[in-house]
Design a binder for this molecule. Structure first.
Ligand code: UDX
Length: 451
């Protein structure tokens, strides 16, 4: 590839057709590049060839279909075909946490070895997976075991959110390019010009740290809000009012520190653990990230103990858990609050039913549990229920008319894990309402009756 070529559309190959890989492949093709999505999983590739996505993400199937029709986006399991013509290869494979908490680089390094024999002279190998500083040297070493050709390296962290991944990728807040060579900056800057976002050109180590920093900062902010919320419950303050009051301070802002049952998903829990583990490996054992992780890990058990006391025990109660995914607009259940809440409720003696508009407990591979079943409609899940957990803010769950299922002859509890319901409305319906960081009074006669 010559420098002049660097301003035109490129031949790209994205290794790994997981969440980040598929979204990126579709978006780069949308912007006029010739893209291959490459994976060793034949079943996944067969689905993708047919514009079928193995997960739910709004708008992605449409974008995939559109770009596949133009002929600019293809999927394959054939390394030779996909790599030998690629100017830029993006590695977007998974980086699960190893038992030590450190990022496990085995898939990144396996992909590096597999691509090496077919690498074009001067191709750019870009690591998009979340990896710690120092990883590019390992990738270079792995590639060099299989080729003598010259290649370049870069780091291009991904900041998209599930549920809004297509919009986030088409219009990102910024593009971060971590590299050392001016040619690499030039090619990757040209590739990202159509995105219309600020481009931050920094070293690979800074780019890798920036990814961890962004997710750890946001996770810390959420944990801070959760800690404040717990204090508010003890003193009559309301966490939403507190956030509103300080959010006008432009240094702080009111967005993205809504309290709840703790952060979940595929990134925050993992990235906090990884930064904590990385800190330990470089001799910073006493670090903030350890504590953030521990607070988040123990949060749900602590909240359920608290509710157990307020409600007078979960034993023999029918409990509906609404929202099984880790957040709205996804069927992803990785580190979803439901996966902790449901087993704990069962342990406390409850009979639990679940509902989610998209996520499926069993299809996600979670174990069948005695005393738990997932039902197909919200109405079915709420039949004759004693306690309702509004766990995830799916619009259908937040907007549901709970007055319809209120049984006047018994106390019923509504626990709002995302502070989304109108307190006055819920109390008018006659529910005992518990939310996060709000000291809602529970009528004492109701508490006595529920025992
Ligand atoms: C996150 C980052 O936002 C994204 O930039 C990165 O690329 C991947 O990780 P994602 O995991 O898709 O994205 O979801 P996000 O919407 O950020 O939510 C993460 C978790 O934090 C969820 O459990 C969510 O409920 C929780 N959260 C988020 C809060 O508890 N309060 C908030 O104010 C925001």
């Amino acid at each position: 590839m010559s420098v002049s070529q660097s301003t035109r559309s490129l031949n790209l190959t994205i290794i790994g057709t997981g969440f980040v890989g598929v979204v990126s492949a579709a978006v780069y093709a949308h912007f006029g590049n010739q893209v291959y999505g490459l994976d060793i999983d034949k079943h996944k590739i067969d689905l993708l060839k047919d514009s079928q996505i193995p997960f739910f993400e709004p708008g992605l199937a449409e974008l995939l279909q559109k770009t596949q029709k133009t002929g600019r986006l293809k999927f394959t399991t054939n390394y030779q075909k996909a790599i030998s013509q690629a100017d830029v290869i993006l590695i977007a494979v998974g980086t699960p946490s190893a038992p030590s908490g450190n990022a496990d680089l085995k898939y990144v390094l396996a992909a590096s070895v597999s691509l090496a024999p077919y690498l074009k002279q001067d191709a750019i190998v870009v690591v998009k997976s979340t990896v710690p500083p120092g990883t590019l040297a390992k990738v270079a070493e792995a590639i060099k075991t299989k080729t003598k050709r010259h290649f370049y390296l870069a780091s291009l962290p991904e900041f998209l959110k599930e549920g809004t991944a297509v919009a986030d990728t088409l219009k990102p807040d910024r593009i971060v390019i971590g590299a050392t060579d001016p040619f690499v900056f030039q090619v990757l800057e040209a590739l990202h010009q159509p995105f219309g976002a600020p481009i931050v050109k920094i070293s690979p180590e800074s780019a890798q740290m920036a990814k961890y920093a962004a997710n750890n900062f946001l996770a810390t902010r959420i944990t801070f809000a959760n800690q404040l919320a717990d204090l508010c419950e003890k003193n009559g303050a309301d966490i939403d009012e507190v956030i509103k009051a300080i959010g006008y301070d432009q240094r702080i802002g009111a967005h993205y520190w809504y309290p709840g049952f703790g952060y979940g998903g595929s990134c925050f829990p993992k990235d906090v653990k990884e930064l904590a583990a990385y800190s330990r490996t470089v001799g910073e054992a006493d670090n903030l990230f350890n504590k953030i992780d521990a607070l988040n890990e123990t949060r749900i058990a602590k909240l359920l103990d608290h509710y157990e006391k307020l409600i007078g025990g979960f034993e023999h109660k029918k409990v509906a858990v609404l929202g099984l995914s880790f957040k709205p607009n996804t069927n992803d259940m990785r580190v979803a609050p439901s996966t902790k809440v449901i087993p704990l409720l069962i342990e406390k003696g409850a009979e639990v039913v679940g509902y989610d508009p998209k996520a499926s407990w069993l299809e996600f591979g979670l174990p069948q549990l005695d005393n738990f079943q997932q039902l197909k409609t919200i109405e079915a899940a709420l039949e004759n229920v004693d306690v309702i957990f509004v766990l995830i803010e799916w619009p259908e769950i937040v907007q549901f008319d709970y007055g319809k299922i209120r049984q006047k002859n018994k106390p019923q509890w509504l626990i709002d894990a995302r502070n989304q319901l109108d307190i006055q409305q819920v109390q008018k319906w006659g529910f005992n309402y518990l939310a996060i960081g709000k000291s809602v009074k529970v009528p004492s006669y109701e508490r006595a009756k529920s025992k």
